[in-house]
Write a protein that binds this ligand. Structure first.
Ligand SMILES: CC(C)(COP(=O)(O)OP(=O)(O)OC[C@H]1O[C@@H](n2cnc3c(N)ncnc32)[C@H](O)[C@@H]1OP(=O)(O)O)[C@@H](O)C(=O)NCCC(=O)NCCSC(=O)c1cc(O)c2ccccc2c1O
Length: 264
């Protein structure tokens, strides 16, 4: 196994045959900034290259949040890192798809915005029954289209995906199971055992068969990558607008946004 770098925003640990990657920014409900994504990318690459790792668990620190998407306090018309919108989010999303090992989302709390897209991208998800999932884009001046919309529609169905994005409600873990976004919900105290049971099973399976299966599932929906790429550049233009800034400012100022004056 390669040497593990010193991370500030995440934790990386190999337990049994699984790499556990934890977003460790509980004060901002595990929202990600540029640095967080750089570290997540490195962590997924470590897991990819470690022959002893059969699966990856993606989670958040604490019991409040899995991940609430982009860190709005690091958003000033763009986020604070590298890439089209100041976040190398396309690289991380691509890695979750491309790593030829199952990725399990351990949803320990809020999975909102870009955090919800991560759950959508993971091969499987187990949630604590206290977890809440949803989208916020039109409420906070953003949209994460492609994996966030078209793949979500394949996972939960067109009507439900549109409801999620247009109304921005939050859904319980039980509702997320019913719509197919999460595989199962368990009490928080049973979450680690449930995830470990699955990673132990995967550790006993043929890695080559798993890799081909993952690639075959992906092949059917891979054209969505192009939509994501196009949308990322559209978001860049949107972030420069007063309309988007109204959403970000309203969240940071803890007030309701006023989008009335903006019409297409
Ligand atoms: C998760 C919530 C629904 C929780 O609401 P609640 O009322 O229970 O708690 P608070 O709102 O008071 O939050 C507690 C505490 O955490 C801070 N916080 C929460 N989320 C974030 C965040 N994302 N960034 C920064 N800080 C956050 C909050 O400020 C509070 O701090 P205190 O110091 O005051 O205690 C609710 O918090 C919520 O809806 N959060 C999500 C907000 C959000 O706007 N998320 C980003 C959406 S956009 C996005 O994720 C995104 C990511 C991408 O990578 C993209 C890529 C390409 C295109 C688009 C992208 C994109 O849209």
């Amino acid at each position: 196994m390669s040497k593990i770098p010193e991370f500030t925003d995440i934790l990386y640990e190999v337990k049994g045959r699984a790499a556990w990657i934890t977003i460790n920014r509980p004060k901002v409900y595990n929202a990600f900034r540029g640095q967080t994504l750089e570290e997540l990318i490195q962590a997924f690459q470590l897991a990819l290259n470690d022959k002893d790792v059969a699966s990856v668990v993606l989670t958040g620190a604490g019991e409040k949040a899995f991940c609430t998407g982009g860190d709005q306090s690091a958003h000033d018309g763009n986020y604070d890192g590298r890439g089209v919108v100041g976040l190398p989010i396309d690289e991380l999303q691509g890695l979750i798809r491309d790593i030829p090992k199952p990725v399990i989302a351990r949803v320990n709390g809020f999975a909102i915005g870009g955090g919800n897209v991560l759950v959508t991208l993971c091969d499987m998800a187990i949630a604590a029954d206290s977890a809440k999932l949803g989208q916020v884009g039109p409420k906070v001046g953003s949209f994460d289209a492609g994996w966030g919309t078209a793949l979500l529609a394949r996972v939960v169905g067109e009507k439900k995906a549109r409801e999620i994005w247009y109304l921005n409600e939050t859904y319980t873990a039980e509702e997320a199971v019913a719509m197919g976004l999460v595989n199962k919900a368990v009490p928080m105290e049973d979450l680690d055992a449930a995830v470990t049971k699955w990673t132990d099973t995967i550790g006993e399976r043929s890695p080559t068969a798993l890799a081909f299966l993952k690639r075959s599932f992906n092949a059917d929906s891979d054209s969505i990558r192009g939509i994501s790429n196009l949308a990322l550049h559209a978001v860049k233009l949107y972030y420069a607008s007063d309309e988007s800034k109204e959403g970000v400012n309203a969240f940071n100022e803890k007030r309701k946004p006023d989008f009335h004056k903006f019409t297409e």
